[in-house]
Ligand binder design. Structure first.
Ligand code: FE
Length: 301
């Protein structure tokens, strides 16, 4: 990367901590694995949660996520296999297929459902929750559905391919940018023993999630196991190397918010009083009366 070459000194981020994902279920019994957010002590500001769902057995996912609320943060759904339909309280509906992403700013409130659109075959994907700063928690809800073909894919040397879902990477600009946490969301595919190296701003917290194979991280080549999240140290670059079987790794980075978090299920606010208000607003039907804006998808590339 030209930027990296111009820098006098690069500090490659090392693997600071591994978080093994744990099997759990959510919604109406959808089986999934949770790493970030499996407990309140396992957040990585601004990231609140990362779930991976994958199964070839419809009994594990078919009941989906019936109508439920969110307030105070953003949800990002990234499908790898299968289809998921969503409907929300603003009257919007959408259908995500393989490679598609939904970026939803729940902010002051939304009620929606996320339901698999298949009765057989494999369902695989991720849901990431990103916090919002206090000043943005009560802005109107909005979302966009991003078709796979609008998401740039960068080919690097020797068996390295990176899908840029959010933020910039070299010349590529993902369809999601301009948010206050400046999220970077890359899906990195590595051939056996291939190496991905890129600059990453020192202002950002970062973590990896190895969803196929395992990865060796940083100059020390510390092993990040299959289906584990790896929190990265401070630094201004990242280095990921695949094992002998190759690897697929999510790389997430964002500017930490540094505010107190009070979470009650799908409500994430700064104080207990705000949580009580969220519950009262939801119970009185206020969420369902709010408009939900559809954000136009910016051109990637
Ligand atoms: Fe949801």
């Amino acid at each position: 990367m030209p930027e990296a070459a111009q820098r006098p000194a690069v500090t490659t981020r090392s693997l600071q901590r591994s978080i093994n994902s744990v099997a759990t279920s959510d919604g109406a019994g959808v089986k999934l694995r949770r790493s970030i957010g499996a407990s309140p002590f396992l957040r990585h500001d601004p990231f609140l949660m990362l779930d991976e769902f994958y199964s070839d057995d419809p009994d594990d996912y078919i009941e989906g996520f019936p109508a439920h609320p969110h307030r105070g943060f953003e949800t990002v759904t990234y499908m790898l296999d299968g289809r998921m339909q969503h409907k929300d309280s603003g009257g919007n509906t959408g259908d995500l297929g393989p490679g598609d992403v939904q970026w939803m700013t729940a902010a002051r409130g939304i009620v929606h459902s996320e339901m698999p659109q298949q009765t057989e075959g494999r369902m695989r994907g991720f849901q990431l929750w990103i916090n919002l700063p206090a000043g943005e928690k009560m802005k109107p809800a909005a979302y966009c559905d991003i078709p796979s073909e609008r998401i740039p894919v960068m080919q690097f040397a020797a068996g390295v391919e990176v899908k840029v879902i959010a933020g910039v990477l070299g010349e590529a600009r993902g369809p999601i940018h301009g948010l206050s946490t400046d999220p970077r969301f890359y899906d990195v595919r590595l051939a056996p023993r291939a190496v991905f190296e890129a600059p990453l701003p020192p202002s950002h917290n970062a973590f990896l999630y190895a969803y196929e194979g395992e990865a060796r991280v940083g100059d020390a080549r510390s092993t990040l196991g299959h289906r584990s999240a790896g929190l990265l140290s401070e630094g201004d670059a990242v280095r990921i190397e695949a094992g002998d079987a190759g690897a697929r790794v999510l790389l997430l980075a964002g500017i930490p918010i540094g505010e107190p978090i009070v979470q009650y299920g799908p409500f994430v606010m700064n104080t207990r009083e705000e949580i009580e208000q969220a519950i009262a607003d939801y119970q009185s039907g206020r969420f369902a009366r709010d408009r939900v804006a559809r954000i136009p998808v910016a051109a990637g590339g």
